[in-house]
Design a protein around this ligand. Structure first.
Ligand code: FAD
Length: 408
């Protein structure tokens, strides 16, 4: 197998939409949004901004009209995302629901689940979080041990999730839960959630395919009694992700998503959507814009010129590759290897950008402390290490690429 990054030509509708989105963002962001809020902006939670996008039909815009969508094309959605990210718009509130929870509901949800949640998402009224990772189940997701036990009144869920982005604000979680005992994963439910967390080590990579069985996804209302959300401040002191404890949480039977025991397969298709978008190389873009602003129309030094030129070429190449993945998805293909390549290269680029910008700014721009460039840098230098962890680590992506190429 080889890579295929076929070029994509955007439709007239997508080009027109780009102009419309730019005009909207010029009015809404108006250069008054501080630079430190425009970097990594797909983590910035702003429900009011989300509702403005909802009024334009820009959430769930590819979904069927009967569920509140606009039936626009996947490439039009791609253009919208590019413009939102490049401008540093605060899109964190609806990002997960728009990107993967809504599509998961469309693919696996019952009619009642779709009717209940999809219009609420497109109206900007219902936010989702992802309940996959646990203290000992990150890369090795099949080690999930949060347990669901079926009873007459519904499923009783006990266990712990971790790194759950926006769990403190989300209305709903799609949780991956172990509903059947399988070889290699402890048969007992974990004890009631310990405030300090820390389940013991379970399942190992060599445990065999059975570990991927017996997993089920549930739609969990975050207000259900028995759920405790505990924020985890990041290095910059901000709170995006959380620990979530489940203490005998009752989830009604009709909130099981898809099929019992098919959680692994359902999650895997969700992860392709999670990994393939332009957010995987644009998280630091607002910093690049600030560097251009600080450099001015005629950068003072050759080093600065060269750095900006090199970064521009890299952004453009990543952009063409990412757009190609979007085009393949729109054609109904499954470019899992190409998506992993774009995420791996994109994360490398967006992680390096703050360090390269700092080096060139220090040596050529005499960087002052309280400038937009300095503030954006300060935030990104602390948060960018996480870019190659969230959504799947570098090593895991490279494993997927190697397998796709027949190398392992
Ligand atoms: C900002 C951020 C937001 C997140 N949001 C969410 C969220 O909303 N919901 C959610 O469910 N999760 C979320 N996560 C969790 C994320 O998916 C995990 O951090 C990630 O999958 C890695 O898992 P881990 O942290 O347990 O690290 P581990 O899996 O323990 O990995 C530690 C290191 O070992 C390496 N490693 C592991 N296994 C292998 C292997 N087989 N071969 C080679 N190297 C290996 C990894 O690459 C990594 O470098 C978030 C993480 C971050 C940083």
């Amino acid at each position: 197998m080889n890579f295929a990054f076929d070029p994509v030509v955007l439709s007239a509708a997508a080009v027109a939409l780009r102009a419309e989105v730019r005009a909207f963002l010029r009015d809404e962001l108006d250069n008054t949004t501080p630079a430190e809020r425009r970097v990594n902006s797909w983590s910035v939670f702003d429900a009011a901004f989300t509702r403005k996008l909802a009024r334009r039909g820009w959430i769930g815009m590819t979904w069927p009209k009967r569920y509140g969508g606009a039936e626009r094309s996947a490439l039009e959605r791609y253009v919208l995302l590019e413009e939102l990210l490049a401008a540093g718009a605060p899109v964190g509130a609806h990002w997960i629901a728009d990107r993967q929870s809504g599509p998961a509901l469309l693919r696996y949800g019952s009619e009642a689940q779709r009717e209940r949640y999809l219009p609420a998402i497109t109206n900007g009224e219902c936010f989702f979080c992802i309940g996959m990772s646990e203290p000992n189940a990150g890369s090795d997701l099949a080690s999930v041990r949060t347990r669901g036990v079926r009873a007459a009144d519904g499923w009783h869920i006990t266990g712990q999730k971790v790194w759950t982005t926006h769990a403190q604000q989300a209305h709903m979680m799609i949780a991956l839960v172990r509903t059947a005992n399988v070889e290699g994963v402890a048969p007992k439910a974990p004890a009631a959630p310990a405030p300090q967390g820390g389940a013991s080590v379970l399942g190992r990579p060599g445990d065999g395919p059975k570990r991927h069985e017996g997993l089920t996804q549930f739609l969990v209302d975050m207000k259900t009694p028995g759920i405790t959300v505990r924020p985890i401040p990041d290095l910059a002191g901000e709170v995006h992700f959380n620990e979530v404890f489940f203490d005998d949480v009752l989830v009604p039977h009709d909130m099981l998503l898809g099929q019992e025991g098919q959680g692994w397969q359902q999650c895997t298709s969700e992860l392709s959507l999670e990994r393939s978008g332009p957010e995987r190389y644009l998280s630091s873009h607002a910093l690049f814009v600030e560097l251009l602003r600080a450099a001015g129309a005629a950068p003072a030094s050759e080093t600065l010129n060269q750095t900006i030129g090199r970064m521009t070429a890299e952004i453009w190449t990543l952009r063409q590759m990412s757009l190609s993945v979007a085009g393949q998805l729109a054609d109904g293909r499954d470019p899992a290897v190409e998506a992993a390549v774009v995420k791996d290269l994109g994360n490398g680029f967006e992680q390096e950008l703050p360090r390269r910008a700092q080096a060139v700014a220090d040596s050529t721009l005499a960087l002052e402390d309280d400038t937009p460039l300095a503030r954006a840098l300060a935030l990104l230098l602390q948060t960018s290490p996480s870019f190659s962890l969230r959504g799947g680590t570098r090593e895991i992506l490279r494993g997927i690429i190697a397998r796709g190429l027949g190398l392992r």
